[in-house]
Design a protein around this ligand. Structure first.
Ligand code: PRP
Length: 212
């Protein structure tokens, strides 16, 4: 029997946009749609097992050999300065890294700024390039709250539709870089399961072309 290839798929936004693409690639992902509280799914018609994971954990599973493939946002990979082997940009889950705050924020102010973010490395790198020393406060979620409750002067976060910023009366002051969903692989798995992994990549490339 063929050994199953384990794919860590990031829960939430990435999962929602990746499942339809996997379907176009010909994979039967019905068990994942019907997941309830389950986390591991053997796909019925292919040698792949999907494991739902938190984004920052995908690299941990990959580097420890617990999974063979990861499907994760480039925001997470960039923040983790991860050298995981990237095989494919799925061209979905497109977001932007932004600097945002309340409309009265002055990005040119020389006062040492306090920045709230889930992405301290990206934030540090951005301000270092501008020659600015800032205080960074790491926040785990709902980063938009930080300038609203007086925790930070501004935030560095990702935005997709812009709805969260708009509904909280926050303004974008700068665009840092683009984000999209990537397929990454454990190099050891690539050696051991080259055919199955490249078969999946070929099918995903076909699905991306079919969609466009
Ligand atoms: C991200 C980000 C924003 C939101 C923006 O959070 O941190 O809060 O999405 O999306 P929008 O521009 O479409 O409104 P995510 O949904 O990944 O959840 P989290 O804060 O729990 O990490």
């Amino acid at each position: 029997m063929t050994e199953r290839i384990k794919i860590a798929l990031t829960k939430g936004r990435v999962e929602k946009q990746t499942l339809p693409l996997l379907e176009v690639a010909g994979l039967n992902v019905d068990p994942v749609y019907d997941k309830q509280r389950r986390l591991i799914f053997d796909l019925p018609d292919d040698p792949y097992t999907i494991i739902l994971a938190k984004g920052p954990d995908v690299s941990t599973y990959l580097s420890n050999g617990a999974v063979d493939i990861g499907i994760v946002g480039s925001d997470i990979l960039a923040e983790q300065q991860d050298d995981a082997y990237e095989l494919l940009d799925l061209g979905i889950g497109k977001c932007q890294f932004i600097l945002a705050s309340t409309p009265d924020f002055n990005p040119k102010s020389t006062k040492r700024k306090v920045i709230g973010t889930k992405y301290p490395h990206i934030t540090q790198e951005y301000f270092a390039k501008r020659g600015e020393d800032v205080e960074i406060i790491k926040i785990e979620g709902s980063v938009e709250l930080a300038p609203l409750i007086g925790l930070a002067d501004a935030i560095v976060d990702i935005t997709e539709t812009g709805t969260t910023l708009r509904e909280n009366n926050l303004k974008i002051f700068d665009y840092l870089r683009e984000v999209s969903t990537r397929v990454v692989v454990n190099p050891m798995s690539l050696k051991q399961h080259r055919n199955e992994i490249f078969d999946l990549v070929d099918r995903l490339e076909g699905a991306i072309k079919a969609k466009s």
